[in-house]
Write a protein that binds this ligand. Sequence first.
Ligand SMILES: Nc1ncnc2c1ncn2[C@@H]1O[C@H](COP(=O)(O)OP(=O)(O)O)[C@@H](O)[C@H]1O
Ligand SMILES: [Mg+2]
Length: 417
Amino acid sequence: MAQRKDWESNDDRCVLCGKHRDVVRKLVLGIYGGICTDCVSLCLEILKSDSKSVEPLVSSKTLKPKELHAILDQYVIGQDAAKRALSIAVYNHYKRIDAPASDVEIQKSNILLMGPSGSGKTLLAQTLARTIGVPFAIADATALTEAGYVGEDVENILLRLISAAEAMASSQDEAIALAENGIIFIDEIDKICRKQDGPSITRDVSGEGVQQALLKILEGTVANVPPQGGRKHPQQEYLQIDTKNILFMCGGAFDGLQDAINKRRNVQGMGFLATSVDAPPLVTSTELEPEDFVRFGLIPEFVGRLPVMCALDALDEASMVRVLQEPKNALMRQYARLLELDGVKLTVTEDAKLEIARKAITLGTGARGLRTIMERLLGPCMYDLPSQSEVSEVVLTSGYVLGTSELEYRYKTQQAA
Ligand SMILES: Nc1ncnc2c1ncn2[C@@H]1O[C@H](COP(=O)(O)OP(=O)(O)O)[C@@H](O)[C@H]1O
Ligand SMILES: [Mg+2]
């Protein structure tokens, strides 16, 4: 009790450093005394540096390929071959990071994803990153330029990854450590192909130069990233980040690659096995070869750093319907939830779903088209409903999708009757 008395008389001083409350910004008082703001900051620093050494950088990176595949299934419809290849690549990537030093140096399994627009390339990459809990950044290859040109330097991609990591970290150093194990998705990679003949290659500003600039960071290098845009960092001018454990995924539609592959088939068939290419079958992952991408305009060194290649399929009607309703955050569920908040039930008939899928395919933007169509279809009712408290249900029929009938409203009184 005597001790308690001492504490009580010490309410004016920090119990840790002893500074008087007049010389500190604030004294946080507890039952037995107060702590000054300086000590609170100091404790925080100690905890931060402590947690950095104890916590694993990538918490669930031990997920096995099958487990990864199963999680991807919850969000991405179809694309089984790509899911398999990705699951293996990601599993091997984090195994490689953890592997004890040895004579055999395992190469990075950077990934090249090829598939039509809206088939799930970005979605796959995003879902993977979220699943394994590493920082993830998306960059658009078309925005990149060689150093010294107007546009984004390739280092900016790394800066974006560091920014993503900052949200998961409590200090800049920790953010960089997290980013060094992150995933970067470079989209529209087919748009930085070097100039060559062919109808599909329309844009080439400095494509080859950008590929050259990307080589180093794909392979693994300690890059100096100018922190502008990121958090201010008074001690140093550049943030240093080692890219050797960053997994790179590059995605592109590669329109016309089909032709390139057919050409290759032709060459192989010349002489004794001249196969007909009148109706070229779809490209599958196993048929992709580095040379096809080289012929398309990626430089060999660049393709060489993307050893895992997957082809995604265009989504057919049945897959489109599944995309509409099956994934955890499927569009149908989202709209149903939106209406539910207004106390209205959304019913979409099976025929209507099929018509929506058909319409989406004609838009040519893959599953992206579904959103456009749903927005158009439900826009009017989302405008009306909030001021119509008597509506209990909205029924979306194929007739409405085709424009031959109106959206059906069911009313509360109607149901009661
Ligand atoms: N296979 C798929 N499964 C589920 N949703 C998909 C699939 N493909 C595309 N989507 C939907 O379409 C949108 C655009 O897909 P995205 O992955 O960005 O296409 P891209 O292949 O052009 O990168 C996603 O937000 C997602 O909702
Ligand atoms: Mg995309």
